[in-house]
Design a protein around this ligand. Structure first.
Ligand code: ADP
Ligand code: ADP
Length: 233
């Protein structure tokens, strides 16, 4: 089953005098259960592409299919509901709210989608040990380390069981030990069935995916596959 399909995605940014072609026709798809990363230098178009896949921005042309839905055909009023239901987000800077404790931060997306309390508790019970966050649930984000914050953020992202987990430079604010731990966690979550798309400029981070797309000047110019099935190379 194809979870994500980008067909000839282009993006123009127009300012007064300058038009920048940030994406010049991006084509790729992601199958259910895959762990894919998109790697590129600063200015390559990663953020632009991620924002389009995240349904936060619209392509100038091309087609984006997410879980069988043509995003360009969704009503604007339906898009945020769609995003909440289908996508999970992990950011470089965690985006945890300091006025809520970690447990409340994790529950937040479920509260927003009117899920009931028993379900929230059940889902958190299920993931807290795998993520190693049981002991810090009653603490506040400002009381824990960066690596712990990112584990809380991952819990918040997967508790809704998103079709696709999007991670934007998730180790960008972490030291190397915490980075390794977080990358291992993404691999573990993926092995348990979660489809993951990770965007990064770090080769180390990109290399933890089974498939790496390299983007430069708004196009995918290279792809490597590190799977047991070498026939795809
Ligand atoms: P990356 O995330 O890989 O650093 P971006 O997607 O941020 O790349 O940028 C791709 C290109 O688009 C760059 O040339 C950048 O300057 C340009 N760009 C990005 N956002 C805007 C914007 N809002 N307005 C104008 N140009 C932009
Ligand atoms: P960069 O990749 O250039 O360092 P960020 O990682 O801060 O930038 O953000 C990337 C994009 O993700 C931003 O353009 C923003 O639109 C979006 N974004 C960041 N935080 C959130 C959030 N909490 N909710 C929704 N969108 C966000």
């Amino acid at each position: 089953m194809t979870i994500l399909e980008c067909k000839n995605i282009k993006k123009l940014y127009k300012t007064k005098n300058v038009t920048t072609e940030a994406l010049k026709g991006v084509n790729f798809s992601v199958e259910e259960g895959e762990f894919i990363s998109i790697m590129g230098e600063s200015g390559a178009g990663k953020t632009t592409l991620l924002n389009i896949i995240a349904t936060l921005d619209k392509a100038t042309s091309g087609t984006l299919m997410l879980n069988g839905n043509d995003i360009g055909k969704l009503k604007t009023s339906d898009i945020s509901m769609f995003r909440r239901k289908e996508l999970g987000f992990v950011f470089q800077d965690f985006n945890l709210l300091d006025q809520f404790n970690n447990r409340e931060n994790i529950y937040l997306p479920l509260v927003l989608s009117d899920e009931n309390r028993d379900l929230m508790k059940e889902r958190l019970d299920e993931i807290q040990d795998r993520l190693g966050i049981r002991e810090i649930l009653d603490k506040y984000p400002y009381e824990i380390s960066g690596g712990q914050k990112q584990r809380v953020a991952i819990a918040r992202a997967i508790i809704t069981r998103p079709t696709l987990l999007l991670a934007d430079e998730p180790t960008g604010a972490l030291d190397s030990t915490s980075s390794e731990m977080i990358l291992n966690l993404f691999q573990k979550i993926n092995e348990e069935g979660q489809t993951v798309l990770l965007v990064t400029h770090s080769l180390r981070a990109a290399a933890c995916a089974k498939r790496v797309l390299f983007i430069r000047d708004g196009v995918v110019f290279h792809e490597i596959y590190r799977g047991e099935d070498e026939s795809r190379n």
